[in-house]
Every structure is written in C-alpha cells, then in structure tokens.
Design a protein around this ligand. Structure first.
Ligand SMILES: CC(C)(COP(=O)(O)OP(=O)(O)OC[C@H]1O[C@@H](n2cnc3c(N)ncnc32)[C@H](O)[C@@H]1OP(=O)(O)O)[C@@H](O)C(=O)NCCC(=O)NCCS
Length: 185
C-alpha cells in the first residue's frame, strides 16, 4: 500500500487512491473516455465505476502490491499513477535481478490538460520518492513506440530508451511494441 500521505510540487499533488466511490467513479469516467483508452488500456477495455472498483479495490486496500495514486491539480483530480516493485524481470527483458527495480504507469485523464506538464510533474514526484525513500536503484516505464508525447514527457524526467520490447502488450486487439525506458539512481 502507498506509504505517503501526499507528495507535492508547485504543479501537482500525488495522493494515494482511496477505497471510496468517488475515486472509483472518476477512474470509471477516465477509463471510458476513448481518447484516454487509445493510449492507456485500449478501447476494448472500457470500464465503468463498478469495473474500476473491481479492478482497483485490491490495490487501494493493499491486497495487491501495486500502489495506486491520484494526480491532483489545484484540488481537482486529473489523473492516475501507479507504481510497483518489478518482480517479473523477464517481462521487461531484464536479467540483472539484483538491481532493485520499480515500474510506473500513468495517465492524465483529462485530455484538455495533456501537454501542460502535469504528467512529467507527477512522474518526477514519484521518481524522487522511490529513489529517496524506497532505495530504488532503477525505475522503468514502457510506453508504446508510437506514443511520442509520453516518450517526450518521460525523457524530460531523465528516462532513457533502452530497447524495444517486441509484442509487449495487447492493445485494441493487436500486439504492440513498447520502449523499455529506464532511469537509474
Ligand atoms: C503521457 C502523459 C501522461 C504525459 O503527460 P503530459 O502532462 O501530457 O506530458 P508533459 O506535458 O509533461 O510532456 C509532454 C511533452 O510531449 C510533447 N508532445 C506532445 N505531443 C507530441 C508528439 N506528437 N510528438 C512529440 N512530442 C509531443 C509536448 O509538447 C511536451 O513536451 P514539451 O514540454 O517539451 O513541449 C499524458 O499525455 C497522457 O496521459 N496521455 C494519454 C495516456 C498515455 O499516453 N499514458 C501513458 C502510457 S505509457
């Protein structure tokens, strides 16, 4: 379960997602928006509030070891970020299992706010937390190769492309390649 009350910068606040209907509702709203699904999850994985509760409740209650967070800006919830210790190194084509490695996934759920710096601000907060408080040695992130906005946002935070992961994820019924990007402490 997420260990901080909240992380904040001038631009954004990152807080744990709560086991509350309001958080499941906003996730359901974002994850039924085709514009978001086109880049996160796929349009064939549309989710309403009940679906979001089913999927994310094991995370908000700590049953699953994925830490779910909500990104806020001026008190408004605007997106989602999750982080987790990587257990399956093969999934990322990594074999140096002695390197303490964490993964991050995120989206800004309000398309009107894309490319306004929120995603990279939220990512910077969790990067700092993982390196400073969790002794992470490496953080990985895996955008689709054609998600140029995401790749640019992650490069702004210092992530570097390592290799293409072929057929990494099924998305809208198709296997898609992704960049393995990493940031070392
Ligand atoms: C990916 C995402 C989290 C990034 O957050 P964000 O707040 O939009 O990102 P930022 O504004 O911090 O950075 C985006 C950068 O990409 C640039 N950009 C936008 N479209 C681009 C494109 N087609 N090609 C190249 N760069 C692009 C922006 O100009 C900006 O760079 P700049 O600050 O140098 O001008 C957000 O866009 C998002 O949620 N997208 C939809 C879901 C998604 O893709 N999730 C990630 C899955 S890996």
């Amino acid at each position: 379960m997420t260990t901080f009350q909240q992380l904040e910068s001038q631009e954004v606040v990152l807080r744990p997602m709560r086991d509350e209907q309001s958080d499941y509702e906003r996730m359901g709203r974002w994850l039924s928006d085709e514009r978001v699904l086109a880049f996160y999850g796929g349009r064939d994985h549309r989710m309403d509030a009940a679906g979001a509760r089913k999927k994310y409740r094991p995370r908000t209650t700590g049953e699953e070891s994925v830490n779910p967070c909500i990104i806020e800006r001026f008190g408004e919830a605007v997106g989602y970020l999750q982080y987790y210790r990587v257990e399956d190194f093969a999934e990322y084509g990594l074999d140096d299992v002695d390197v303490d490695t964490w993964g991050v996934d995120l989206f800004v759920g309000e398309p009107r706010l894309w490319s306004t710096g929120l995603g990279s601000s939220a990512l910077r907060l969790i990067v700092e937390h993982l390196f400073e408080e969790c002794d992470a040695e490496r953080i990985v992130i895996d955008p689709h190769v054609d998600n140029r906005r995401a790749i640019r946002a992650y490069e702004k935070c210092g992530f570097e492309k390592v290799k293409v992961l072929k057929d990494h994820e099924q998305h809208d019924g198709q296997w898609r390649d992704a960049w393995l990007m990493e940031l070392r402490r």
